[in-house]
Structures are given as C-alpha cells and as structure tokens.
Design a protein around this ligand. Sequence first.
Ligand code: GLC
Ligand code: CA
Length: 482
Amino acid sequence: MTAAAADAAWWADAVVYQIYPRSFQDSNGDGIGDLPGVTSRLDHLRWLGVDALWLSPIYPSPLADLGYDVADHTGVAPEYGTLADLDELIAEAHARGLRVLLDLVPSHTSIEHPWFRVHPDWYVWADDGPPNNWVASFGGPAWSRDELTGRWYLHSFYPEQPDLDWRNPAVRAAFGEVIRFWTARGVDGFRVDAIDRVMKDATLRDDPPASEPFGLPLPEDYGALAHVHSTDDPEIGLALAALRDAAGDALLVGEVYLPTARLHRYVEHLDVAFAFEFLHAPFEAQRLRAVIAEAATGSAAAWVLSNHDFPRLATRLGEERAALAGMLLLTLPGPVFIYQGDEIGMTDGPGGDPPIDRAGRDPHRHPMQWEPAATGGFTTGEPWLPLTDPMQRSVGGQRGAEGSMLELYRALIATRAELTGPVEFIEAAPDVLAFRRGRHTVALNLGFEPRPLPVAGTPEIETEIGAVADDTLSPLAGALLV
Ligand code: GLC
Ligand code: CA
C-alpha cells in the first residue's frame, strides 16, 4: 500500500483491542470464555472507544498451544460457540462501528489437522532423521519422528505443531481460500501469526552459532543459534504476496519477531508489523526515543506493549509505570494494540496449578476482571484459570472513578483523533521523554525526581491527579499538554 493510501485507511490511527477468547467472558457457566460472551461485552469496547478487536484463535484445536495449534481454519471451537455465534459477533461489532480481526496461523497446523495425513506433502519432511541442527522456539530439536510413517517432520514450535511448506503452491492456495472464507463473512483483517517462520531455507542448511545479540529476548537454548536459515528466508515475499492477493484490502498485521531493521521485507506486503523492539525496550527516555524513531520510519509499525505471550506491561514495567506506558502507547501515530485487561492495569496472575501452557505463559492469560466479585463477573462457574485480583481491580470498580486506569485509557483514546502528524521529539530534562504531535505535547517523566516541563502548556490529560504542578512533572508521571 502506498503511504497516502495507508494514511486514508480505517486502521491508520486505530486502537485495536486484543481479546484472548478463553479469558474474556464466559456466557454459559463452563468457566471458559466464548463468543457469545464477547458479543455481550461489545458495549464495553464501544464505551472505551476502540476501533477494532482482534480475536486470538477461535478455531477447533487440541490446545497443545491454546488454539495456536489449529485443527480447522474455517471452523469455530465448540467451547467458544458456532459459526453462527461468530457471524452474530461480527454483525454486532459492525453495528457499533467496531472492526473485527481474526488470528491467522499460517506457519503450522495442529498435528491433528486432517491436512497432516491427507496432504503430507504440504509439510516439511526428512526421511532419515533430523537433516539439520534447527531448534524449536519452545526448546528441543525442531524435528520429531512421525510414529506412523517413521519419517521426520519439522516444527518451529511444539511437536504438536508441524510446519507447513509454503514453497508448495497448494499450501498457498489453501490459505487463500481460508482468507476468502473469512473476508466473505465480514472479517476486516488478520493478525498473522509467526509470519517470519513461514519461509525457510530451501536446502535446509544448518543455523550457525549466534555471534551477536539478536536484538529481542529469546528463550535461552533457542538464542544460542543465529536463525538465519530456519526463519526469515529471503523468499518470504512468495508467501506474503499470496496472503495479500487473497486478502485484498483487508488489514494484515504481521507478528514478525524480528528487530525493526529486519521488518522491511514483511511490510512490503503486509500493512503493518508489531514493533517488538518497542515492547521489549527498557523503559528509559533515551532508549525509547531511539526505538520509536526507528520504528516510526516508514509508518508501518503496529505499536504494542503487551500480549498473551509476554509478562503484562504492569508486571514487566512495574505497576507504578503502567499509566505512563499507557499514555505513551496511545499517543503514538499509527495503529496501536492494547491487550485485554491492560485498560484496568491488570498484572500477571499466578498461572495454572498445574501449569497449562508448557512454555510458562499462563500468568499473562488470566480472566478479565469485570466486577469486584470472586469470579470477577467473568463466569458463574469455575474459571479455567483463577482470577487474579478482581476485588482490587475491575472494570466496574474503575468506571467513572476519577484517576483510574480505565478512565485514563478512555480519555487518551478519545483524544487520539486530535493528535495529528508524526512524532517530533523535543529536548527535555534527563529521564523525560517528550514529543509533539501537532499542537499537542506529550511529556513523560520516567525517573524518580521531579523535572521541569519541557514546554509551557495546559495539561489536558494526566497520568495521575496532580501529575503537573508549577510547571513541574512529578516523578513517574506524565501529561498530554496543549
Ligand atoms: C505466536 C503466538 C504464540 C504461539 C506461537 C506459535 O508467537 O503469539 O502464542 O505460541 O505463535 O503459534
Ligand atoms: Ca463458556
């Protein structure tokens, strides 16, 4: 898409709200969030002011990777509802002016997907044992033996997630059909999962040992190699062009787990890619400034600070920085993604006992806290993961409460439409990150000392009551000024 067309697109400055369906709202008391539950909460999203929602996978799945192991790309998991429930969700969202994104998982399927037996040639195989040294993201070799045939198959993630072979035109055609199936039902776009894994070296060469830092956090074993052949193949354009061809104008957001400097191949075809360097950046003024400046170049960044894979922002950055992080995120130009619960400052929870996700990500996936009640208004039954702290933090408890995180998010989202133009950084005291957006100035004091405001102005929104007094920014406080 040209820069001008991207500016005109509905998603150009959109706020997209990530829903983790299992943990958003249960409608039938089985303790598992579901699609009718999402539909029943659309008014919350409308009130909050977001433009779109992204549903993490809703497809039938044996749940080895909580839905990212898809067993049918055009179905709905029975515990989440039916296709008719999804149709209704889409219709009700559209009626409220909300767009709907699904999660497209092209790099692998569940090992229980019928394709694995019906079309084995759609996957990547080796006959005589692992042909190279590739390792899986979640640890261990990236090759496992198929008991039925004795051959070895490639899996970038869990062994239950065999990788598809995107060099095979039949795979590209099959995903084209999946995309068209959903856009015909009114879906407005896709978050495209693990897209940097879709195309790998044609001759399956070994990955060399890592000789320099990758630039983003990696699991320890996995980080020992430089994944130059197992991921991010130069021929990725073949796959991306096929996705774009099927998607037409639908929004394509890439989950490309690469440093910013390596995203260009992806955003030639996708509209935007998540800014993971921003998500993982130390929360320091100089570092953030550099990371934002780099990611903002070319305006193809989808800003994000939290999702279902990493510690929640309030846990990662500290609760005392959660409001600052929210203000920074929501004042950047371009699409912004918020993860359910961040609008009430949810922290990580204790996780499952016993753990459910083998990679340890349960703590980031606890149920949404709607009301100050034992099960948080999430379910009337036994929640699949316990609630974290609904008595301390909930939508009901924060709605209308001056100075609450929820009201801060709502005010920031409402004001986004007035923020114009690119980020223009301005010089400020140490620890202060400050930039202009048109006639507005964002000033964030990330340090522990009071600091002078970088420009004179009237605070329109503050991260806390009294963030600005006598032209001074309180420690760990920020303001949007006019
Ligand atoms: C993406 C998802 C993550 C999943 C992985 C494999 O990174 O966000 O949850 O485990 O892909 O599909
Ligand atoms: Ca349910």
